[in-house]
Structure formats: C-alpha cells, structure tokens
Design a protein around this ligand. Structure first.
Ligand code: GLC
Length: 742
C-alpha cells in the first residue's frame, strides 16, 4: 500500500508542479493571480514592491519570476534614458524618439480621435523602449496662465480635458502600457509645489479639478495615478486619506496603483494607511535631502516594515498595497499579449503632424493669410523659436527627438530658401534646468536692430517668438513671473510693425500671454509646442496647405488681472502665502486659496462680464462656417429623460475646413452660484466648400447638475436652462431654452 501511496503522491506533486501556478496563468482573472502571488510572497517581498529600486523602476519578485516595473516620462513621448540612481541622462544612443505635440496642442485640436492616435503612438514607442508605465497624461486644469506646466495639460475646462484624456489613455493601455494620470490633485502651480496647501471649496474640487481624473479612472480605466506634491486639507496628496481612500477608491472605484510624484512621500504612517501604493523618487531630486542611505530607507521600506511588525499596519492593508502593484505588473510587464511596439515610424510622424496641423489656432486674420508661396515675395522670418529646439527643457517632459523640423527650415522649403531671410531678433539663454540665463541687453538691442532693418526690405515678415522651456517660461518647477513676453519681444514686435505692415505673428507658447500689439498685427496664430513635425505644421498653416482648425483650450485674458486667480490681486490667491500651515515635511507650508472658486477661465469671464482678448473655444479658419437653426426634440426634459439639440453647419467659404461646434448649457435660475454657461459637448466636422452637415447633441440631466457639498451629491434644480451653440464660448450662433422638471 505504502509504495502505491508514494507513487500516487509523487504523481500528484508532479502534476501540481507541472500545472502553471495561478499567478503565472495569463488566462486567470488578475484578482486570482494577485491572490495566488501574495500567498507565495514573504512580508519583505510585499514591502519591497511598494518602493523604488532605482530612479524609474520598482522591483518585482525575483524569486517568483515576477518582473520589475520600468517607468518613463512623459506625456509627449518617451523621455531619454535616465541614470539608474540619479536625474542625469544615461547618454544612450538608441533612445531618440518621436516628440509629439504638447498636450495643450492636443487640447487645441478638440479631436478625440487624434487623442486616441496620440495615446496609441506613445504607447507603441514606450513598448519599443521597454517601458511599462508612462507618466502622463497630465490632467490638471489651467487655473492661471502663469503656471509653469500648463503646456503639459489640456486647458481650463474639465469636460474638454476629460473628453481628450479618455481616448488617449484607452489607446495607450490597449498597447499594454499603463497611463499614470497626474498630478492628482489640484496641482495648478509650480511655486512651492512640493508642499503648498490648496484651499478650495468642494464645489470647485468636484466641478472643476476632479472631473477629468474621474473620467480617466471610470471611463479611461487608468491603471495608475500619480499623487501630486501639494497638500489639500493639510495632507500631502501622495498619502491623503480623503483624496485617495474616500474619493479615488471609495467614490470612483479605482482598482489601479497610486504612485507618488517623485519625492512626494513624507511620512511612513500616512503612506502606509492613506492609500499610497508605490513610493518613487524620495531622497533623489532635491525635493528631499539627497540621501545616500539608499532605497531601504524610503518611507515604504524599512520604516514601513518596522510599523507592520509592530502591528500598526493591518496585513490586509499590506496585501492591498502590494496587490495594486502586482495588478499593475500583471497588466503590463507580465502581459505577454501586448504588441512589440515601434519607434519613429512614418505613422508616428504622421500622427504628430496631424495633431500639430489641427492644433494651430488662427486668432486673427485681416486677409494676409494664407501666404501663398507664389505670391509671398521676399519673406523675412524673425524669432528665436524659428530655430530653437523646443523639446529641450521644460522639466520632466523633455524629449530627445530623432528628428526635429524647425519652422525656419520648413518655411524655406515651402517658399524657396532663396526667398526667405532670417533674423533671430532676440534670443533666450540655453535650456539649463531651472534657469533662464539672461542675455545682455546690448546683445538684445543689436539683434533687434538687425531684424528691424531687415524687415524694411521684406515683402512680409513671419515672427516666430513666444515662450520657451526655460525657467519662468513654460517649465516645471517654477512658474512664470509675468504675463508678458520676455527678451523685449514686445518692443521688437512693435518695431517690426513700424517697419513693415505685413507681419504674421506665429508665436509658440504653452499658454496665454499678453498681446499689447494685437490691434496692429494683421494676422496672429497661437501655436503650442509641436515637437518633431512642428515646423512642417506651421509652414503648412501659414501657406494654406493646412487650413487652421484649432480652438483655444484656455482663455487669453487681455491682462492678468482679468483672470479669476489674479483678480483680487491678493497673494493668497496666487501663489499663496508662506509659513501658513503646518507641514509634515518642512515644519510649515504655504497656503493658496482658490477664491475664484468654480469660476475658472471662461466661467469667470462670462459671469463677471470681463471679456477675454480671445475667448475659450475661439479659432478662425481660411473658410467661413454658417450655422443653421437650432432645433430641440422637446422643450421639456423630465426625470431621467433626454432631449436632442440639432443644428446644421455649412462651409460657406472657398476652401475645405474643419469646424468645432460647441454646446454650452446654462442654468438660468439656481439657488447657488453657477457659471453663465458650461461646455457640455462638442463635435469637430470636416466640410468641403458648400457642404452642409447636421450636428446633434443628446442632453441628459447629468449635463445640468452641480455638486452640492451639503449632501455630497450631484443635483439639479427644476427650471429653465439655455442651450448655446457656439463657434467659441462667446461666438454664439444659436440659442434655445428648455425646461427641466424632476
Ligand atoms: C517630476 C514631475 C512628474 C514626473 C516625475 C518623474 O517631479 O512632477 O510629472 O513624472 O517627477 O520625472
């Protein structure tokens, strides 16, 4: 009997050994795989999963064959390889990539299908570079034009941001690459970013600053999210009980992994108990003292292990944390069904070009544009940004492009090099991290004089200046210090306009800036950072080979004081006041108050009746669009019903073009303050000359609701609502009203 039992037992164990462990079985539900893996792991292995092992990697479980996670910036493409243990670049020669346009450019396209193409392409390049988690997209709302990182975000409106974030995330994750949406939450400035405590109402939080993150989680299915550096309610976002446990997990049902911003963790107990899963970047970037003690001294390393062994962290919390990291690994690094990726392909370049083409916003045009190549005559290009590689600098979103077409090169190719002269006109210092190295005034004066002299001899001048990625321009870690352009550009522009009436202003920037010369400038384009194909998009838009269709994703105030964040002029509203509240990290922290509350951007301009220089949603075309009559399916919307709003749009001009039809809804009478109108829908249509199409929007009660802090519910009061159909938030082409009843 014994022999038979032994044989049977060994057969069973062989069979068991031959059977794939559940955690390695890709056909098994991920929850089962996680449970099985946890059952096999030691406590030390579970703790190791929750903190970095290098600058941009976290460990797997070597003993079980569970691979490590490789992460990379940034939202606009795969960052060049960074050293294992510090911020320095590794100097590889195989990590040049496609530099896609900045996310404000994507936002300016108002084109969700381009957002999907964008996410797919970045995902493919991440795969090729063996990255599992891409640290983006950034979903913070543009509250002030001075925020250094507006160029990494999708503008001032939560609906537009969400509509473009979802397809980007879905398409990237379809490649088996995780998006890590950031910076969660209310990281709307760079000044004191590592600990400023943000004070805002729950209405502003839920109606303006959270919706895009909620969409990213609930509709985009984001696999990871990055806690912001700042504080809310006196707690750092990276380990904030209400933000992470109550809202992200409790209200939204997030099943992914919460990752710190690099250096965003500051306390073991809070990190252990307030919803953080993976600590990155501590002690390695100046946000904390550079600590040579190594990764075992991270908050979620030995100090965490000690807390667990003292019984102060329940094992189910330890398993939940490790489980979220394992889930991320199973979805990405251990996902054998994902494609192989590709790099710098014609398709990726075409995607970058298409986004660039559709992002260029024609703010003003007296007819000087399009500048037809056979009629342009002697062209003078002026401006540092005509030749500067604008993928350099700006912080963590910096890229090393394999190719970069400058506007000057593209314009010379378009108009004939012999017809195109260049004068730099001004210059900015090199993109040294955290610096905007001043240029001697004498140098600027002589450059300006040269450009103005040359302008006198040109038939047309194309001015390509704006901001750049230096500190105090469009750059992480430091906000802009003024709303106006730097390097005496306004003087230069004025003097060029004195010298020549035919000037195309084609400035490049990641957000709004002051335009004192706007009345004199015959044609003005607003262009974001477009990356590899940027110059080609700019030359095509100027020449008319591309008909501009971009629409502003943020307002351009006449002056900074017209912006809600700056209207009061109080420092407490921006950037805040120092030493205001306790901070677990630095003793005391600054505090900033969002006193404009829900009235951000056009919501402020409309409600306070302060016209923007150029309003949210504005963008002209080389053709003309006529809107027909607005018809509603019903004048009443009841309970959970829906109604449709339909309008025809006709291309009444000479060339094909794209128009973004925008739907805004206003609650005409409410017991609480509400903006005059809010964006609730949009559709971008392509029309040949003479062509007409119909656009139909479906409106539901959810489109009417506001957040009620008293009940922590979204609600709507019965009454009259107005529908606005616009070519921008102020260029309203049709209006109608309907009545809502419960
Ligand atoms: C930076 C940025 C974040 C970036 C991370 C890694 O401080 O805030 O956006 O992804 O660290 O570079």
């Amino acid at each position: 009997m014994k022999a038979i039992t032994l044989i049977a037992a060994s057969a069973v164990s062989l069979a068991a050994a031959a059977q794939t462990p559940v955690y390695l079985d890709e056909s098994a539900p991920i929850t089962d795989r996680v449970a099985d893996a946890l059952s096999r792991m030691t406590l030390e292995e579970k703790v190791a999963l929750s903190h970095a092992q290098s600058k941009f990697t976290s460990p797997g479980v070597p003993r079980l064959g569970i691979p490590e996670l490789h992460m990379s910036d940034g939202p606009h493409g795969v960052r060049a390889e960074v050293n294992w243990n510090d911020w320095g670049y590794a100097g590889w020669t195989n990590d040049s990539v496609t530099a896609f346009p900045a996310l404000t450019a994507l936002a300016a396209t108002w084109n969700p299908s381009l957002a999907a193409s964008y996410g797919k392409a970045v995902g493919e390049e991440a795969l090729y570079r063996d990255k599992h988690v891409m640290l983006g997209p950034g979903l913070n709302i543009c509250r002030t034009p001075l925020c250094g990182r507006n160029f990494e975000y999708l503008g001032e409106d939560p609906y537009l941001t969400g509509e473009l974030a979802v397809p980007y995330i879905q398409a990237m994750q379809n490649q088996g690459v995780a998006a890590c949406v950031k910076h969660f939450a209310v990281n709307n400035q760079e000044t004191w970013r590592d600990n400023v405590d943000v004070v805002l109402s729950d209405r502003a939080l839920y109606e303006i600053y959270l919706p895009a993150f909620r969409r990213a989680v609930q509709d985009g299915g984001a696999w990871s999210i990055m806690g912001a550096y700042n504080q809310i309610w006196g707690e750092h976002c990276c380990h904030n009980a209400r933000l992470l446990n109550d809202i992200l997990r409790g209200e939204w049902g997030f099943d992914g992994c919460v990752i710190t911003d690099w250096g965003g963790a500051h306390d073991t107990r809070q990190a252990a108990l307030n919803g953080l899963d993976l600590e990155m970047g501590t002690y390695t970037d100046g946000l904390q003292s550079d600590n040579s003690l190594g990764y075992e001294y991270y908050y979620l390393a030995n100090p965490y292990l000690d807390l667990i062994r003292k019984g102060e962290v329940p094992m189910e919390v330890v398993d939940e944390k490790a489980g979220h990291v394992l889930t991320l690994i199973f979805r990405t690094a251990m996902n054998r069904n994902k494609p192989w990726g590709s790099m710098c392909t014609p398709e990726h370049y075409a995607t970058a070009k298409a986004i660039g083409d559709e992002s260029i916003i024609l703010l003003k045009n007296n007819g000087l544009l399009p500048l037809l190549p056979d009629k342009a005559g002697r062209v003078l290009v002026v401006g540092d940004n005509a030749t500067r590689r604008l993928t350099d600098g700006g912080g963590s979103s910096e890229l090393k492009p394999k190719d970069y077409i400058t506007p000057l090169d593209a314009i010379r190719a378009k108009y004939g090099a012999e017809n195109v002269a260049y004068a730099r006109g001004y210059m900015a210092g090199p993109p040294v991290w955290g610096q905007d190295i001043p240029v001697p005034r004498a140098r600027l004066d002589s450059m300006r004089a040269e450009a103005v002299a040359m302008a006198k001899d040109a038939d047309v001048v194309i001015y390509i200046g704006g901001l750049n990625k230096n500190a105090t321009q469009d750059c992480e870690g430091v906000d802009r210090v003024k709303y106006s352009l730097s390097y005496d550009q306004n003087t230069l522009i004025d003097e060029i306009l004195d010298a020549n009436p035919n000037v195309v202003i084609a400035n490049i920037s990641g957000c709004a800036y002051e335009m004192p010369w706007i009345k004199r400038a015959p044609a003005v384009m607003h262009i974001s950072y477009l990356g590899t194909m940027g110059g080609a998009s700019i030359a095509d838009a100027i020449s008319g080979d591309v008909n501009p269709s971009g629409k502003l994703p943020y307002s351009i105030p006449v002056r900074l004081a017209d912006c809600g964040a700056h209207a009061s002029g109080q420092e407490v509203c921006f950037p805040g006041v120092e030493n205001a509240v306790p901070d677990i990290n630095r003793g005391m922290a600054p505090q900033v108050e969002y006193q404009e509350d829900i009235l951000v951007g056009y919501r402020w301009h409309d409600t306070k009746k302060i016209p923007a220089l150029f309003p949210f949603g504005h963008g002209l075309s080389y053709t003309k669009f006529d809107y027909g009559k607005l018809t509603l399916s019903d004048k009443n919307l009841n309970g959970d019903g829906t109604l449709t709003a339909t309008i025809s749009v006709t291309n009444a001009g000479p060339v094909a073009g794209k128009e973004t039809v925008q739907l805004y809804i206003g609650d005409d009478k409410c017991s609480v303050l509400r903006p005059v109108k809010e964006l609730k829908g949009f559709e971008k249509v392509t029309l040949a000359p003479g062509e007409t199409t119909e656009v139909t929007f479906t409106i539901t009660p959810d489109d009417l609701k506001f957040y009620d802090p008293a009940t922590s519910q979204w609600t709507v009061e019965p009454g009259k609502f107005t529908i606005y159909i616009g070519a921008s938030s102020t260029d309203i082409r049709a209006k109608s009203t309907f009545n809502y009843s419960k």
